[in-house]
Design a protein around this ligand. Structure first.
Ligand code: GRF
Length: 215
């Protein structure tokens, strides 16, 4: 059984999708701790409902970002966390946490990286006018959304999409691929070579999406 620690800042719908997979017996993992940097994060309500331990750690109480991340690291280590999940955690992770969990921190980003990193990936994509966007689960390094890609999923984008409509379309896939990436990790199927993530026993389907569709 894989011990997870989850970091979140807000709504926590990705956190919920992981809880659901575990409770349905589809993911052999246990969430040891939720850490939030925002006392009003709705993720806290989800933790309470599912009897998951949670901690609010106030970044303002630390004299440096490294100290804040050192505290987070200590709390995760104290609970024997093996994989750290960033589920809408709105901060760039600093060295103390990355060094303690090398290639053992996963993040979900609402765009097809390396396109549209940072905040509002969905708005960036619709403003740019791309025809296909999506979401990416990746391991976390010191950059912003730059670590090795684990899974991506694509959706069509309409010129009439707003940030809200595109976000909703992408979110549905986020809830599928984040638990799937954790499952691959839990099953020991992921390895990182350079910046490429290899997946054991994964067969590529030679398919494509075209948007607008070909006639
Ligand atoms: C998601 O869109 C995720 O891709 C991004 O932050 C959002 C978090 O949503 N990193 P939620 O808190 O999981 O509902």
């Amino acid at each position: 059984m894989l011990n997870l620690g989850v970091l979140a800042s807000g709504r926590g719908s990705n956190f919920q999708s992981i809880i659901n997979e575990i409770e349905a017996g589809k993911l052999n993992a246990s969430i040891k701790l939720l850490i939030v940097d925002n006392p009003h994060a709705y993720a806290i309500e989800r933790a309470k409902k599912h009897s998951i331990e949670y901690l609010y750690i106030n970044p303002k109480e630390f004299s440096s970002k490294n100290d804040f991340f050192r505290k987070i690291t200590d709390e995760l280590k104290a609970r024997n966390v093996e994989l750290v999940i960033l589920a809408g955690f709105m901060r760039i992770v600093r060295k103390p946490l990355i060094d303690a969990f090398p290639n053992r921190i996963m993040n979900i980003h609402p765009a097809l990286l390396p396109s549209f990193p940072g905040l509002h990936g969905q708005k960036q994509a619709s403003d740019y006018g791309v025809r296909i966007s999506g979401c990416t689960v990746h391991f976390v390094d010191e950059g912003m959304d730059t670590g090795p890609v684990i899974i991506q999923a694509a959706v069509p984008v309409s010129p009439d999409d707003t940030e809200e409509t595109l976000s909703a379309r992408i979110l549905k896939l986020e809830h599928k691929i984040f638990p799937e990436a954790i499952r691959l990790y839990a099953d020991g199927r992921l390895s990182v070579e350079g910046r490429v993530v290899k997946i054991k026993g994964c067969e590529l389907k030679d398919e494509y999406i075209v948007n607008p569709p070909l006639r």
